[in-house]
Design a protein around this ligand. Sequence first.
Ligand SMILES: *Cc1c(COP(=O)(O)O)cnc(C)c1O
Length: 363
Amino acid sequence: MVDTRTQYLKIKDEIDSAINSVIDSSQFIQGPIVGEFERNVSSYLNCKHSIGCASGTDALQIAMMALGIKPGDEIITTPFTFVATTETIALLGAKPVYVDIDEKTYNIDVNRIAEKITKKTKAIIPVHLYGQPAEMDKIMEIARANGLFVIEDAAQALGSVYKGKKICTIGDINCISFYPSKNLGAFGDAGMLTTNSDEHAEKIRMITSHGSRKKYYHEILGVNSRLDSIQAAILNVKLRYLDEYCNARSSAAAKYNNILEGAVDEPFVLPDGKHIYHQYSIRVKNRNGMQEFLKQNGIPSMIYYPVPLHLQEAYKYDYKRGDYPVSEKIAEEIISLPMHTELDDEQIFFITEKVKEFLKNNI
Ligand SMILES: *Cc1c(COP(=O)(O)O)cnc(C)c1O
């Protein structure tokens, strides 16, 4: 599904020397490279503040803590995503209130958000699934009209663009994951928060560091969630290649589209957005059959995600099957093909041949 090793080997000297300089400095926690990387992300995105933390999941939790989310609050989000969004809402004692997804983009259906807003609603968390931006204009408009915060879950979408603005600069606080397989991947867990607000930024910094500004003086409730210097050094090198990486994925996606045309619907791309293909996902009626067939031919594939969050044992609340029919249907039909920066034409040809072969025999 991914090939982080070949990607590393191409820039091995740069990465190794960045790692070695952190080891030489012995500044493993909050070394100067962390600040340097944060400034480089801010200038890449054109946003005011970037603050490193330990993972994308932590970034979501810290964002909600910084915005004062309390037990009993309601947070509007999508049921068709990775569990981290719902998990962190629940950890803070708030309730995830789901809005079904749009059948074409797989992102939150902006036309159905308003009906879910109550007096308890505090924020909306759109997820830019598979690397495609959610419809941020409408989301911001609804949020502003109702006094809600917006937290972008951009874990899969760093480098993506919506109406000329980089994803991660539109919401009040935005969350990035540098999980190794993400478009900008670390060599372990790492994450980041971005914001244009000085006030939010200050609070986020305090929360990531045990709620303190000054060591051993704790003003607010915090956590221990820092970006390690070694991860920052690696990411700082790889950030220079991020656009190249996103373009390599887009070009692989274009080749998939070309060869699969007529056999399967290509992933829909919002006219206002730039899709960076964290995943290349298609819908297939006999999805499980296709996955098995690909496996027999030595081709990996993944199901992101087989169970929508409202049907997960740990997060059922009062939700039941049938509540979010689009998410439930897509969860049964979606399948992601190998997608990474090192896919070559031969691999794409082989994969698409097998996909077509399966579809021909299974209409
Ligand atoms: C990867 C991911 C996260 C969590 O990031 P981690 O760095 O793995 O904690 C959150 N949301 C989405 C949509 C993700 O894909």
